[in-house]
Design a protein around this ligand. Structure first.
Ligand code: AMP
Ligand code: ZN
Length: 115
């Protein structure tokens, strides 16, 4: 998609702090980190979110890469969260499928609705 910021990052048209790259996937530091470790894992091809007919092997690869990223960032033993926001209620702001790898601190217990 021509006006998609993550497509532009995947194409190298917008710079990012690269953490991992292969032929199908790129991982880079979130520009506004919410925790000491906050990396985004995205497919190079554009899908809006996980409900956008993403091939299962690509979805599996994204999750495998997320685990690899956690190891690269040194949080694989201490633990981390893998989050993908979908749509308005999920507060997705960038409409290009991405997994957040979040770690480096204890997460809040609560995962319910906003206050
Ligand atoms: P979401 O709310 O799940 O759509 O998350 C989008 C994430 O993308 C946010 O955490 C933003 O901080 C991050 N983000 C937006 N633009 C960039 C960028 N140019 N480089 C890195 N991360 C970005
Ligand atoms: Zn895109």
């Amino acid at each position: 998609m021509s006006d998609c910021i993550f497509c532009k990052i995947a194409a190298g048209e917008i710079s990012s702090k690269l953490v991992y790259e292969d032929d199908r996937v790129i991982a880079f530091e979130d520009i506004n980190p919410q925790l000491p470790v906050h990396v985004l894992v995205i497919p190079k091809d554009h899908y809006d979110h996980i409900g956008d007919d993403v091939p299962e092997d690509l979805m599996g690869h994204l999750i495998t890469v997320a685990a690899k990223v956690a190891a690269i960032k040194g949080v694989d033993k201490t633990g981390y969260r893998l989050i993908t926001n979908i749509g308005e209620d999920g507060r997705q702001t960038v409409i290009h499928l991405h997994l957040h790898v979040l770690g480096g601190a204890k997460m809040p217990l609560r995962m319910g609705p906003a206050d």
